[in-house]
Design a protein around this ligand. Structure first.
Ligand code: ATP
Length: 486
């Protein structure tokens, strides 16, 4: 029996050696080359059962080779590896017909698993996907951490499938940006992208916003109005903060997903729904289901492809790249050019980033506008990021127990313990999570509003929250808003 032969093209000799050894040990025959021309010759001569190619090679870009390979040998699988590791590389590799894309550095076990799958998978007709016209333009998503790489690969895989996606992540992690990338690189990119934030719309208006209403459907409905479902026809509907959707709207949405059509509020005529749904939330929806706040059947309809966007503190390696990117953006917008020294970068990496990428973006803009020096240092950043636990020289509250300064987390811990002790029979309370979060959120928002003298735009920016999200929280937590008097 002849063993499958793997053709490797990479101009880095050490990579060729490592791959040749690993594949050889696993029983494959291997041929390797440092340039694209030799690889092409082998392919034309009918050699090899699988190709593993790098992107940047001295004579030709590996990505440009894929369509040519697919033309002469449609069944030959191509695995692309790249150190560039951007969303665009992942998307291009997939659109041009690569079987898999592996950002460098990768784990050899992962590579072997991909090779095994590539050789075992039944051959399918090639689906050639027209490439997005703007793929040479600016990168939509910044970050090279392993968790972002995984997200790029998922987005790339989804360029050929119109599946429903559920994005979960804290506020400011880039959920909307991912939703847009899914649309912009997906099959429906020539259609509209329509976003609606459930947290920003009064509950009683959500159904009419989504599905439209007929004239006279309710008091104030003086004209027929199109809903977002109709506006997104042929494109993508982004349902942001889906966890805040009221129960009746959830039921209606579920019906649309099941039946593929909907009726407007007050209407009778069913309208065909031709939209791809991407939903997002910062909430733990499984918890919301347990508490009876979210329909389980709707969750499973939406959670076809789950994408979890990690908070920034879980991918600190992306911080320098993101920070520089935002300074560059600020410069493009006419603010003075600034750079960060190593101390500043280290300081940024230490921060816990409750507001995630949005918070980092706002900080960089603020520094670009206000920092008097061209090189931003740790000292310039420290006052902007003062955290009670780590900032030296800050007044700390004496701990109630008397041993050491009290930090925010020890105060919260004490409070939670007291709360649980008071309810330790486990009866009568079912919303400890929401209650405790509200206890922290209420003073946080009230004091930030006080610090900005009631300016909600500034407060939202400081908190790293969406303005509409802040407004909703103010309403839900019943925080008094008195401009300039707080
Ligand atoms: N990976 C990234 N690369 C570049 N910019 C990013 C990235 N992630 C987020 N941003 C920027 O951070 C800001 C917040 O992103 P976005 O609005 O997508 O977050 P979100 O998770 O939808 O937030 P919210 O839940 O508060 O609406 C935006 O200005 C976005 O451009």
């Amino acid at each position: 029996m002849t063993l499958p032969t793997v053709l490797i093209a990479d101009d880095d000799r050490s990579i060729r050696t490592v791959l040749t050894q690993a594949l050889g040990r696993s029983g494959y025959q291997v041929r390797s080359t440092g340039n694209a021309a030799t690889l092409w010759r082998w392919v034309e001569d009918g050699e090899g059962d699988l190709v593993i190619t790098d992107v940047v090679m001295p004579d030709e870009n590996g990505l440009d080779l894929i369509p040519r390979i697919k033309k002469v040998r449609p069944d030959l699988r191509v695995v692309v590896m790249s150190a560039q590791s951007t969303l665009i590389t992942a998307v291009k590799a997939t659109q041009r017909g690569a079987f898999e894309y592996l950002p460098k550095p990768f784990d050899l076990r992962e590579l072997l698993a991909v090779v095994g799958r590539a050789l075992a998978a039944p051959t399918e007709p090639i689906i050639s996907v027209p490439e997005a016209a703007d793929s040479e333009e600016r990168l939509p998503l910044i970050g090279r951490s392993p968790s972002m790489q995984e997200i790029y690969r998922t987005i790339a895989r989804l360029t050929t499938a119109d599946l429903t996606v559920m994005i979960n992540g804290e506020s400011g992690t880039g959920k909307e940006l991912v939703a847009r990338a899914l649309h912009d690189y997906g099959k429906r990119r020539s259609g509209p992208f329509v976003a609606i934030n459930m947290a920003a719309i009064p509950r009683e208006l959500i159904e009419s916003e989504l599905f439209g209403h007929e004239r006279g459907a309710f008091t104030g409905a003086t004209n027929r109005s199109q809903g977002r479902f109709e506006q997104a026809n042929g494109g993508t509907l982004f349902l942001d903060e889906i966890g805040d959707m009221p129960p009746e709207a959830q039921t209606r949405l579920l019906r649309v997903l099941q039946e593929g059509e909907f009726t407007s509020v007050g209407g009778r005529q069913p309208i065909k729904a031709n939209v791809r749904i991407i939903a997002a939330t910062h909430r733990d929806l499984r918890n919301a289901i347990r508490q009876g706040q979210f329909r389980e059947d709707l969750f499973y309809r939406l959670n076809v492809v789950p994408i979890r966007l990690p908070p920034l503190r879980e991918r600190v390696e992306d911080i320098p790249l993101l920070a520089r990117h935002f300074l560059e953006r600020a410069r493009e917008d006419g603010l003075p050019a600034k750079s960060l020294d190593q101390g500043a970068i280290d300081r940024l990496r230490q921060h816990s980033w409750p507001g995630n990428v949005r918070e980092l973006e706002n900080l960089m803009r603020r520094l670009a506008a206000l920092c008097p020096d061209e090189v931003i240092t740790a000292d310039a950043i420290a006052p902007e990021l003062s955290e009670p636990a780590s900032a030296p020289g800050q007044a700390s509250v004496a701990a109630a127990a008397g041993n050491g300064p009290e930090t925010l987390s020890s105060a919260v811990e004490r409070h939670i313990k007291d709360f649980l002790a008071a309810h330790n029979d486990g009866l009568g309370v079912t919303d400890v999570y929401d209650k405790i979060i509200a206890e922290v959120e209420r003073p946080l928002i009230r004091l930030t509003l006080a610090a900005t003298r009631g300016n909600q735009i500034k407060a939202a920016s400081m908190l790293g929250l969406n303005r509409n999200t802040l407004r909703k929280k103010i309403r839900d937590l019943e925080i008094p808003v008195v401009r300039g008097l707080m």
